[in-house]
Design a protein around this ligand. Structure first.
Ligand SMILES: [Zn+2]
Length: 361
């Protein structure tokens, strides 16, 4: 009788444990606990009940142990089946997912205002037949300065506040690496690869040792252009840029050119557009127009006819300054974006504050 009571308790525990199974891991623990060859409960029954039973009751105990064994194996097999069904059932069908709950909305990104300005300006020149050129941000002294007519020790180099890569002293000057201070090295790189005529526009990041403030940043964006062909004149330069500014800012803007100096162009000019904020009047109602400092004009870019000294560096690829001529121009995409979107702090573009950037989405 004691044996039957023990068997009854054992099978009761088996039933309770099998009902509590909630997954594969729990099922495996349950299975091993009952039928593992080593130390499983069935093995223990064999050792403790059957082997230890006196001879005269061995037969009865044997039958009891066999019945228990069949029952346990049956329950374990059922538990496995149930556990597999649970694992493959869809969460929706089993009711564990409430499909009436609102979903997680994935925020949609938007183009950064500086990137958008740059792309729109590039598109204006692409319509004129210009193609986009690209080059490395880490440049050599040769491409960033020397080939652009900044000779070693020339004072014009000082105006560029260059960030040099450390540990370059052992190299010859022209091979030393720096962060490009303008996109102009791409002009030389492109002329080395392509024979004239060329028309390229070059958007990209540049670096200078300028502490960040409302109008300066150690990293900013330029858009540069170069056209080289036979008989290119300053008239072509003016006509192209006047057309481009009207495309970009609106057909009512006027352009004005004032003499300037850049080492790689001769003659050089700064181009102004009539203020597209106050319409050139210098005033906004009773208030002075701040972006144009009440002058009615805003400086937008630097430009000029490519200096023949620059062509000398790529003369072997068909750029004989006696036969060809060209113009180049360069502008700051960040500054144009500031003006276009009426932002008064350049840093706002680079701080990554989503509240600021969301306004442009
Ligand atoms: Zn104005």
């Amino acid at each position: 009788m004691a044996l039957e009571k023990a068997a009854h308790e054992l099978l009761g525990a088996l039933g309770d444990e099998s009902k509590a199974i909630r997954g594969e891991a729990e099922y495996k623990v349950f299975r091993d606990r009952w039928i593992a060859r080593k130390n499983g409960i069935l093995t223990q029954l064999n050792d403790l009940w059957l082997k230890a039973a006196p001879k005269d009751v061995k037969r009865t105990v044997g039958q009891q142990v066999n019945e228990i064994k069949t029952h346990v194996e049956d329950v374990v097999a059922k538990a496995e089946h149930l556990q597999l069904e649970l694992a493959t059932a869809s969460p929706i069908a089993s009711g564990t997912v409430d499909i009436t709950l609102p979903g997680i909305r994935r925020p949609i990104g938007a183009e950064h205002p500086v990137m958008r300005t740059s792309r729109e300006m590039v598109a204006v020149f692409q319509k004129l037949g210009y193609s986009v050129a690209d080059g490395p941000v880490i440049e050599t002294d040769y491409y960033n300065f020397e080939a652009l007519n900044f000779p070693p020790n020339h004072p014009a180099r000082d105006t560029q506040d260059t960030l040099f890569i450390a540990g370059q002293r052992a190299k010859p000057l022209r091979e030393r690496l720096l962060l490009r201070t303008h996109t102009s090295p791409v002009q030389i790189r492109t002329m080395e690869k392509m024979r004239p005529p060329i028309r390229i526009v070059i958007p990209g990041t540049v670096h200078r040792n300028d502490p960040p403030d409302a109008s300066h940043s150690p990293m900013f964006h330029q858009i540069e252009g170069l056209a080289v062909d036979t008989n290119i004149t300053f008239g072509d330069l003016k006509g192209t840029l006047d057309h481009a500014m009207k495309e970009f800012f609106g057909s009512s803007v006027k352009t004005s050119f004032r003499p300037s100096f850049f080492p790689f162009t001769e003659p050089s000019a700064e181009m102004f557009v009539s203020c597209f904020i106050c319409g050139g009047s210098g005033r906004r109602g009773a208030d002075p127009c701040r972006p144009c400092k009440q002058t009615g004009w805003i400086e937008i870019l630097g430009c000029g006819m490519v200096d023949p000294n620059v062509f000398e560096f790529v003369k072997d690829n068909g750029y004989d300054p006696k036969k060809i001529s060209g113009f180049a121009f360069g502008m700051g995409a960040d500054r144009i974006a500031l003006l276009k979107y009426g932002v008064d702090d350049l840093q706002a573009f680079f701080q990554g504050d989503v509240r600021f950037l969301q306004q442009f989405g």
